[in-house]
Structures are given as structure tokens and as C-alpha cells.
Design a protein around this ligand. Structure first.
Ligand code: NOJ
Length: 568
């Protein structure tokens, strides 16, 4: 019995390159500026491919690089087939793809197709010519009682509808007024999107991260939302996982995705494990993975993301465990703790003061040794922290600026607004990569588009390069361990220490190998469980880590390998 169980582990998951890859998200604006204009660019990414290869990265997700007026830093696209002027040219993109592939690194582009920029040719035509070919490419509606068609609100403040004088109607925008939502129920729009996707796939890209892809289908009646779930905006529950979303994605898969050897990751807010399986079960022919945000919203209080409360790390363990168990053998997880929309992981889940180095390493270890594909976000591999700028003038993010203005208008004290912004602003993650400790942090020779985090003089890549105990050196070892271990890639997942305790202890097993991860998610010492006595040390986040310990130090992580044990 037991043997059969253990023999089955691989058949649950057909091995594939994207399951074994270690992915790295690049936010191009803040990665590396090759021409001194203060803005990162494509040539800057190409310059750093050797670094990424050396780190062990073999898949890049690059946030949008298409032509854009940058109302939302590239998530407002005015031309899907051109490169943003500030980032370079199509020639630079071709060169980046070529140079990455030459090093065995694949590239995933950001696919932003819930909305375009209001400067996109489709929208210009749609607003001026309702009867024309693009008249029905967006979601238009007549006003009601002198106001918009319904009571939905935008994710970035204000109403989700704006009135267009020219067309004499309102258009829907879940995000800023510069990001009108596309009408996915129009088959001609869908065909145009598929053609655009093929355009990029034919140029050699290896897949897509699909921006808010579970929001593309709106109920045609566009009903008022009189009962939004706590902490969510009116409308959210109607357009999230909406009525035709699965049929649209299945069509996209049949028309485009299934014809290429690529990987797809859908960004999906408010998607639990059962709904997730409807997107990622292989037999449904939709997507390969999703980014869900259950663990990323653990600090959101009743008032939503700006109402920050302390993260209960016990909750984090429970969420991780639930997703591991629910998807095991049925779908594939993505593994991440930060991206360009959330504060830095070490500042949020760890301790960015005294235990910055240990907690940054521990968080990476416990997260990326679960089953799934890791997605690192640029800078986490050196333990970059939140920015917390003193005044609003240093912030650039549209969501943050809107929130500040809204709260000021509502009479909230400046200091209180800034406190919330320090905790929750997306700009925390968007400060330039800290390559070295000299002026410009090696990011730019000019003036950076957003200020550097002041701590670049001490926290930077150059300082960590040859330092065996650095966060960077740990990431190199961690990535190597994951690649070399069948248990880390495909093994079963079993939690050993689940009860309320700062310890997170789990086991990954194949028929030939066992990996045990023992982590103390706290700033205090804690007695070690029996598991720490089993196996040889594979990885540790303290310089003198050992498998034979009786107590775990603050934020201590110990990873052991050994022969499998009988399933319990
Ligand atoms: C999710 C993206 O990650 C975020 O940066 C963007 O503002 C919204 N989608 C809208 O595109």
C-alpha cells in the first residue's frame, strides 16, 4: 500500500520545463538603466542576463514593455506591437530574446488584455465612431438618473465609469479612467487579441503572465452591487471570475496557447482553490498556473489594503498548506511572496531590522521548497526592504497618489496617511535595484525616475557578491538545491508541525528522497522538533547551521535531506 502511494508521486505531475524553472520578475523601469535617462530599459536587462543566469534563473517574467503613456507604468497599453519609447526599440527586444535564449533563459511577457490605454487606436475609434468596426470593442453604457450606468467603483479610487463627451456615453474602467475595459464578448476583439499574442509568440517569447485575466468577463446586465463583500468594492464580485471567463480562456487556449510550447500564468484576485482548479486542471485546457493572493492579503484589515494589520504567520502557514494540498496532483502552484504591487516581503512577513538577513533567507527557503514554480521579484535576492519615503512628493504610483488625495480631502491627518502609505504603497517594491553602493546605486548615471531606497549604500548586490553568508549567496544555494532535488520539485508535501506555533515544518518526499524543511518564523528562540535530528544538512540560513540542534534561533531555517520515511 505505502509503496504504491509513494510510487505514484511522479504520475501526479508530468514533468515539464516550466515546473522545474526558477522564475524572476523584472519591473523594467527599475531594473537597470543603460542610457542614463533614469529609467530602466531593455538593453539594461540584456546587460544583466549573465548575472541572472549565474543566480540560477531560467525564466523571466517582464512587466509590460509595450508602447504606453504610463498612466499605470505600462499597464495601460496604447500599442501592443510596439515597444515603449523609454524602454528602447523592437530591435532591443529581439536582441533580449536572442541573448536570453542563448543562455537557456526563457521569457514570459505581461499580457494586459482586460483593458487598453485610452490612447489606443481602438479606443479612439470606439469613442468617435460608435457604428464603426471598433464601436463595440469597449463597455459603453447610457447614464442613469444623471449618473453612471451602475454603482461600481474603480480599484484606484472614484467611480468605475467616466463620461465620454464625444460619444455621449459612459465607458467602464475597473482601473484608472485611462484604462478602459475591453468588451470580451465581442468575437472580433478576441480575434484581434489572439493575433497579437501570436505576433509575440512568433517572435520567440515563451509565454504570458496574464494581467487580471479573471476579470475579463462582465455580466451583460451590469447590475448594481448593493451587497459587496467586506473590504471589496461594489462591482468586484460581478466581474471577478465572471460568467464567460472560462469559455474565453478555453477559446484562447484552443486558438493560440495550445499551438506553442509555452507557459501561462493567470493573475487572479479572489480566487480560492476550487475556482483555481477550474483554471489550472490540465484536462480543462485553460492555463498552467495562477497567481492567487490569499497569502498576500493577510495583512488587509476590514477596510481593505490600506487598513494594514499585523500578519498572523500561523495564517500564512495555513494558506500555504491548503494550496499545497488542494492542488497536489491536480494542478501546479506558483510560489511567491512579493511582486511590483505589494510591499517588500522581508518588510512584510519578516523582520527588516535586526533579523533582515536571516528572515529574508528563511522566507525564500520555506516558500520556494514547496511544490510549485518560484517567482522571485527583483531585489528580494539581496533582501531589499520597503522604501517609506518621508513625503508624498517622492511617490509615483497612481494608486498611492489617488489614495493620498482622497484621504486628504476626507480630512485624514497627513501623518496617518503617510503611515498607511509606508506600509502598503506599491512603490515600496518599485524603487530601483541596488546594484552597488555608489551614487545611483549602479542603476543609473542619471536621476532615477523614483528615488532610491536610502539603504542602497549598505544593502546592495556588490557587497553581497563574494560574501558566503549573504542573502544573495543563500539564494544561489537554494535555487541549486531545488533544481537538483526531485523531492523539492515533485515530491509529496506533508506538514509536520501544524499547530499554533512559530515553527513551520514540512516534508517533501519522492520514492528515493526526503527533504525536511524546519523553520522558526519568529524573532525568538524555539525548541526544535524531533525532525531536526533526521538526515544531513542541505541548507541553512545561519553560517554555523547544523542538523543536530535542540533549539532554533530567531528566524532559523534548517533543510535536511535523507532517505524517505514511511508515510504516516
Ligand atoms: C495588476 C497589475 O499587476 C497592476 O500593476 C496593475 O495596476 C493592474 N493589474 C491593472 O492593470
Amino acid at each position: 500500500m505505502a509503496a504504491t502511494l509513494r510510487l505514484n508521486y511522479m504520475s501526479y505531475h508530468t514533468p515539464s520545463w516550466w515546473k522545474e524553472a526558477t522564475a524572476y520578475q523584472i519591473y523594467p523601469r527599475s531594473f537597470n538603466d543603460s542610457n542614463g535617462d533614469g529609467i530602466g530599459d531593455l538593453a539594461g536587462i540584456t546587460e544583466k542576463l549573465d548575472y541572472l543566469g549565474e543566480l540560477g534563473i531560467d525564466l523571466l517574467w517582464i512587466s509590460p514593455v509595450y508602447q504606453s503613456p504610463n498612466a499605470d507604468n505600462g499597464y495601460d497599453i496604447s500599442d501592443y506591437r510596439e515597444i515603449m519609447d523609454e524602454f528602447g526599440t523592437m530591435g532591443d527586444m529581439t536582441e533580449l530574446i536572442r541573448a536570453a535564449h542563448g543562455r537557456g533563459i526563457r521569457i514570459v511577457m505581461d499580457l494586459v488584455v482586460n483593458h487598453t490605454s485610452d490612447k489606443h487606436a481602438w479606443f479612439r475609434s470606439s469613442r468617435s465612431n460608435p457604428e464603426g468596426p471598433y464601436g463595440d470593442y469597449y463597455i459603453w453604457g447610457a447614464g442613469r438618473n444623471g449618473g453612471p450606468p451602475n454603482n461600481w467603483l474603480s480599484a484606484f479610487g472614484g467611480e468605475a465609469w467616466s463620461f465620454d463627451e464625444r460619444r455621449g456615453q459612459y465607458y467602464l474602467h475597473i482601473y484608472t479612467p485611462n484604462q478602459p475595459d475591453l468588451n470580451w464578448d465581442n468575437p472580433r476583439l478576441r480575434a484581434d487579441i489572439y493575433a497579437m499574442m501570436r505576433f509575440w509568440l512568433e517572435r520567440g517569447v515563451d509565454g504570458f503572465r496574464m494581467d487580471v485575466i479573471n476579470q475579463i468577463s462582465k455580466p451583460p446586465a451590469l447590475p448594481d452591487d448593493t451587497d459587496p463583500a467586506p473590504g471589496t468594492r461594489p462591482g468586484f464580485r460581478f466581474y471577478t471570475n465572471g460568467p464567460n471567463v472560462h469559455s474565453h480562456i478555453r477559446e484562447m487556449n484552443a486558438e493560440v496557447l495550445s499551438h506553442y510550447d509555452i507557459v501561462t500564468i493567470g493573475e487572479m484576485h479572489a480566487t480560492g482553490t476550487e475556482e483555481a482548479l477550474r483554471y489550472v486542471s490540465p484536462e480543462r485546457n485553460e492555463l498552467d498556473m495562477i497567481f492567487h493572493f490569499e497569502h498576500m492579503l493577510l495583512d488587509a484589515g476590514p477596510g481593505g489594503k490600506w487598513d494594514v494589520r499585523p500578519i498572523d504567520l500561523d495564517e500564512l502557514k495555513r494558506v500555504f498548506t491548503r494550496w499545497q494540498q488542494a492542488l497536489h496532483g491536480r494542478g501546479w502552484n506558483s510560489l511567491f511572496l512579493n511582486n511590483h504591487d505589494y510591499p517588500r516581503m522581508v518588510s512584510r512577513f519578516g523582520d527588516d531590522g535586526e533579523y533582515r538577513v536571516q528572515s529574508a533567507k528563511l522566507l525564500a527557503g520555506v516558500t520556494y521548497l514547496m511544490q510549485g514554480t518560484p517567482f522571485l521579484f527583483q531585489g528580494e535576492e539581496i533582501g531589499m526592504t520597503n522604501a517609506s519615503f518621508e513625503t508624498i512628493e517622492s511617490y509615483r504610483d497612481v494608486e498611492t497618489l489617488n489614495y493620498y488625495a482622497e484621504q486628504r480631502a476626507a480630512g485624514v491627518a497627513e501623518a496617518e496617511i503617510m503611515r498607511r502609505i509606508h506600509l502598503a504603497s506599491r512603490d515600496n517594491a518599485r524603487t530601483p535595484f541596488q546594484w552597488n553602493g555608489v551614487q545611483g546605486a549602479g542603476f543609473t548615471t542619471g536621476t532615477p525616475w523614483i528615488p532610491l531606497n536610502d539603504n542602497y549604500r549598505s544593502i546592495n548586490l556588490a557587497a553581497q557578491w563574494d560574501e558566503p553568508d549573504s542573502v544573495l549567496s543563500f539564494y544561489r544555494r537554494l535555487i541549486r538545491l531545488r533544481k537538483e532535488s526531485a523531492a523539492a520539485l515533485y515530491g509529496d508535501f506533508e506538514v509536520i508541525e501544524e499547530a499554533a506555533s512559530p515553527l513551520f515544518v514540512y516534508r517533501r518526499q519522492t520514492e528515493g528522497e526526503m527533504l525536511t524543511v524546519v523553520a522558526n518564523l519568529s524573532s525568538t528562540k524555539h525548541a526544535a522538533p524531533q525532525e531536526t535530528g533526521r538526515g544531513t544538512l542541505a541548507l541553512s540560513n545561519y553560517a554555523d547551521g547544523s542538523p543536530n540542534i535542540t533549539a532554533l534561533r530567531p528566524w532559523e531555517l534548517v533543510v535536511l535531506t535523507g532517505a524517505p520515511v514511511q508515510p504516516r
